[in-house]
Design a protein around this ligand. Sequence first.
Ligand SMILES: Cc1ncc(COP(=O)(O)O)c(C=O)c1O
Length: 431
Amino acid sequence: MREVSELNRYLVVNQNIEPVVATGAGAEVFDEDGRSFIDLEGGPGVASVGHCHPKVVAAIKSQADRLLQVPGRYHSRLTLTLAERLSALTGGRLTRTFFANSGAESNEGAIKASLKHAFNTRKQGYGIIAFDHGFHGRLCLTSALTGISKQKRGMGTFGTFPGIAHVPAPYCYRCPFGAKPDTCGAKCADAVADAIKTRVPGEAAVMIAEPILGVGGVIVPPDTYWKKVGDILHSYKVTLIHDEVFVGFGRTGKWFAHDWYGTQPDIVTFAKTIGGGVPLGGFMATETLGTAFEPPDHFTTYGAKNQIGIAAAHAVLDVIEGERLLERAASGGDRYMKNLKAIQKKRPILGDVRGKGLMIGIEIVEPATQAPVAEAAKKIEKGLVERGVLISTTGVNGNILRITPPLVITDAQIDRSCEAIDAALAEATDS
Ligand SMILES: Cc1ncc(COP(=O)(O)O)c(C=O)c1O
């Protein structure tokens, strides 16, 4: 068999590493020699119902025999009933869905609808607010929305878009204001009002934000943050888009991560989990935002028409409901937290452990100063692969290990992966 290093020359430059993954089942994947790995990346965030869940596979196979793609402008009952199901998940508050193919495309559509709404309501400006450390995809507008500079390096004007003001994320472990969470008075929330008053051109039209940040390093806002920001946005009639591409559909232990905070977003974007491995994304909107476009303002060839993705999504929702995966995400998350906090006590290189449900970040630091250490995080990632565990490093400083496994991960797999994390931490600390 030819080496992958030789074959990889045919792909555009990428970050791919070994193993060469050949098959998957539940929370595990297997390489070409049949060696198993616990998948703590989960896709990333895609394989929430597990790799190759039999119900998702069966739905895809059965749909493939019937219809793959609906021609251009025609209805599909499968798509319409999926939109109805999604609306029900929001208690009927978000009434209309647009289906797309990826997270970035879903976010671009959501911003486009918000700007059209701003036009329809005669706003005196088109300002967009987004988070430092936020991540929204790698197309031009979504790169511009992303608050991670290194992802736009050396690309000229690609990743810039007029009218965007970034605001500090509520990153309490490394507070941008140098404050303590219980005494800070929510300075990060006030920064949103400041941006509306001082930094957007004219008026702010929309804020887009992950309710819990993923790629930025699993940043979990304090309990009161979103209520305060929601009130500010409401008072300035600014549309709120929650990007739930990573955290949506149960990962945090609720259907949507913003459910933890009680915010009432005008739009929720989604992708990853919903397709169970088949590309599908989209956005759900209130009646007002969902009717802001006039045909043919917005459309995509696949999305709502791609019946394999839509059939897979129905099966994914069936599995999340039938296997009670919200509860599983919550209990699995608790188990990780307990294990990781115990490890943290003996390994000070583990500076912070945080998360909600099965969206967990562990920050690798220099114990004396808490400074981020990316090299050690990379070493731990490598040590974990050697021990049969796949994990990714993330965050602006590259020092955060992100644990986002399939929600079906078993207690035994959680414990085994924590033992491997402990051993890899020991190796990185001792060497
Ligand atoms: C929060 C968030 N938004 C958007 C995206 C982009 O999704 P995609 O890669 O499907 O375009 C991601 C991908 O990781 C994400 O985590």
